[in-house]
Design a protein around this ligand. Structure first.
Ligand code: AMP
Ligand code: MG
Length: 424
């Protein structure tokens, strides 16, 4: 059996970054741009009113030492309206935020500055405006003030965020070249498995790994491809594996331990997937299998994980092995490959396994400068409830018992603080 550190190292050595991919803008969120986004428009594309009010000529307001001015309203402009009318001396347009400022006008007086009940003046009426602190050009965003057509608005290398999506959308970029969003096929094996919308008959088990691993993949800004359930027959599993091998990563759960129907390692071999390791000194998760389909030079391979069927084991193995593989394929820096590791203090004694390190769901509470770590009740590798409410995984090295007050390592789970809002 392989040591855990060695197994993780083998995953890190086997995974290689995928070349950047051209992808739909929204698919690239959480990825780094591999080419700059260049705008096909000016922003704003024209002089834009930034307040509801009246578009005026600054020269009509200047030099009045702050006294009111009365103007003819010659046109009404809502956002989306355009006009060929120009604003001459003594005239103005009633204008709404987001409308193009008509020619001749170069400033907006907010509607609040209209006096004597003239705020409602429309085309054909007159408005009296009192704006003692008038600044020429006020409340107008000038054409191309933010960026120009042909300008790089997001440089290569930047991480695409929601704001970046907005900027790229404005710049007309429906697709971008970005670090690859790995495609991850997810297959659940087991003749006992039924879909979560079915009430399981005696002997049946709901497929919790499928949805769980799909969610875990999505949380890494990778693309989950759920393949559903394959019964424990070589034909069914082989067909589904063949389909999954078209992805960058195939995660299969179940069928990798030593039972009669643990057919998976042989099927992987028959499909040309080369084993890198099988079985790791780890609890839960000992039966985990890892390999790679090599398609030859210049061809992208597929990383293949056989995770244990028990859901808690599956998730722990996902966090320890699949997470770094996805991060490496997506071109992320080394410090983003693994769950963050902290040092904490045990609040109660905890028992380790004699022969392997144990990863236990735990509560983590910050108390002063210290992290107090308390294992959560956990009935074993089929029990997801502890993990579902845990802040982290308590790492207990092989052998012996850890006493209360001992220093321990914890891996912080994503979304930690779901029950403890003050987490780091
Ligand atoms: P296996 O690794 O196939 O021997 O399965 C170990 C245990 O995990 C068995 O009790 C299975 O019923 C259960 N199991 C396997 N796959 C799943 C799954 N997708 N969802 C929930 N439980 C599963
Ligand atoms: Mg099984």
């Amino acid at each position: 059996m392989l040591d855990l550190d060695k197994a993780i190292e083998l995953v890190e050595q086997t995974a290689v970054p995928l070349p950047p991919r051209r992808q739909r803008l929204l698919d690239a969120v959480g990825h780094r741009l591999a080419a700059a986004v260049v705008s096909d428009v000016d922003s704003p594309p024209w002089d834009r009113a930034m307040m509801d009010g009246f578009a005026v000529r600054s020269s009509d307001l200047a030099g009045r030492s702050g006294g009111p001015v009365e103007l003819d309203v010659i046109v009404d402009l809502a956002a989306g309206d355009v006009t060929t009318l120009g604003i001459g001396c003594g005239a103005c347009a009633r204008i709404m935020t987001g409308a193009p400022v008509p020619s001749g006008a170069d400033a907006v007086i907010p509607v609040e500055s209209a006096i004597d009940g003239t705020a409602t003046a429309h085309a054909g009426g007159r408005v009296r405006l009192h704006e003692p602190r008038f600044r020429p050009g006020q409340h107008v965003a000038r054409r191309a003030a933010a960026f120009r057509v042909g300008q790089e608005i997001l440089p290569a290398g930047v991480l695409l965020t929601a704001a970046g999506v907005g900027a790229a959308a404005e710049a007309g970029a429906t697709h971008v070249l970005a670090t690859a969003r790995p495609r991850v096929a997810i297959l659940s094996t087991g003749s006992e498995l039924v879909s979560p919308d079915v009430v399981p008959a005696h002997g049946q088990t709901r497929n919790s790994n499928g949805p769980m691993l799909t969610a875990a993949v999505a949380s890494l800004a990778a693309e989950p491809i759920p393949l559903g359930i394959a019964a424990d027959s070589p034909e069914a599993i082989r067909a589904a594996v063949a389909q999954g091998l078209a992805a960058d990563i195939l995660i299969l759960s179940g069928g990798v331990s030593a039972g009669d129907l643990d057919l998976v390692p042989a099927i992987f071999a028959a499909c040309g997937v080369e084993q890198v390791f099988h079985k790791v000194r780890l609890k839960p998760g000992k039966p985990v299998w890892f390999g790679r389909l090599d398609r030859g030079p210049g061809q992208a391979g597929t990383l293949v994980f056989g995770l244990p069927g028990n859901p808690a084991s599956s998730l722990v193995c996902f966090e320890l092995f699949v997470r770094p593989a996805v991060a490496i394929l997506a071109g992320r820096p080394r410090d983003a490959w693994h769950l963050p590791r902290y040092r904490g203090v045990l609040t109660v004694p905890a028992k380790a396994a004699a022969d392997r390190p144990v990863y236990l769901p735990c509560r983590i509470v910050r108390s002063g400068g210290r992290l107090d770590v308390t294992p959560l009740p956990w009935t074993g590798s089929s029990d997801l409830v502890g993990l579902a409410t845990a802040d982290g995984l308590l790492v207990l090295p092989a052998g012996g018992t850890a006493d209360a007050g001992c220093g321990v390592d914890v891996l912080l789970l994503e979304g930690a603080g779901r029950t403890t809002p003050s987490m780091p």
